[in-house]
Design a binder for this molecule. Structure first.
Ligand code: PNS
Length: 166
C-alpha cells in the first residue's frame, strides 16, 4: 500500500495542481492532499475554504483525501503514515527551493521520500499568485482554475473591493 502526500498552500487550487493530483493518484494507492494551515503566509482563502474547493474539484477521484495540516510536513507524514511526498516541478526556478525542502525533509525523516512530477507543459507558467493577480484586476481566470474556484475567487475579490471602498 503506497500512501502519498501532495502538500501545498492551494490558495486557490489551479488546473496545474489538479493535473498533479490526477496523475499522482494513478501512481499511488492513496493520495492525501495536505493543505497548509499557516496564517503567517496571509492566504486569501481560509484553510476551510481551500479544503472545500479542493474537495469539490476532486470529488470524482476515489483514492484522494483532502486534509488540512499545520506544523512540519514531516510530522504530518508520520501522523498519516505516508511513505512519499509528491511535489510538482514547473521550471528551473522551482528547483532550488524544492531541492532544499526535499533534502531537509529527508534529513528529518529518512523513511519519507520526495518524488517530483514535472508539470504538464500547458500549466508550466501557472501559479496561484498570478491567478489571484489576474482576478484582482477583473481578468478572465476560467482557463486557469475550475469554474467552482473561479466563482469563489470572483466573490472574494468583490468582497475585498467593497471593503476597500468603505
Ligand atoms: O504550495 P506551496 O506554498 O509551495 O507549499 C509549500 C509547503 C506547504 C509544501 C511547505 O511550505 C511546507 O511543507 N510547509 C510546512 C512546514 C515545513 O515542514 N517546513 C520545513 C520544510 S523544509
Amino acid at each position: 500500500m503506497l500512501r502519498a502526500i501532495y502538500p501545498g498552500s492551494f490558495d486557490p487550487v489551479t488546473y496545474g495542481h489538479l493535473d498533479v493530483i490526477r496523475r499522482s493518484c494513478k501512481i499511488v494507492d492513496e493520495l492525501i492532499v495536505g493543505v497548509l494551515n499557516n496564517n503567517a503566509k496571509m492566504p486569501l482563502f481560509s484553510v476551510e475554504e481551500r479544503v472545500k474547493m479542493l474537495k469539490e474539484v476532486t470529488k470524482d477521484l476515489t483514492n484522494v483525501k483532502i486534509v488540512p495540516f499545520h506544523g512540519l510536513l514531516i510530522d504530518f507524514a508520520r501522523e498519516t503514515g505516508a511513505d512519499v511526498v509528491i511535489r510538482g516541478l514547473r521550471a528551473i526556478t522551482d528547483f532550488e527551493y524544492e531541492l532544499q525542502m526535499s533534502q531537509t525533509n529527508h534529513k528529518l525523516e529518512p523513511n519519507v521520500e520526495t518524488m517530483f512530477l514535472t508539470t504538464s507543459i500547458e500549466y508550466s507558467y501557472l501559479s496561484s499568485t498570478t491567478v489571484k493577480e489576474i482576478a484582482a484586476f477583473g481578468g478572465d481566470i476560467t482557463q486557469f482554475v475550475p469554474e467552482a474556484v473561479a466563482v469563489k475567487l470572483r466573490e472574494k475579490m468583490n468582497a475585498k473591493g467593497e471593503c476597500n471602498n468603505e
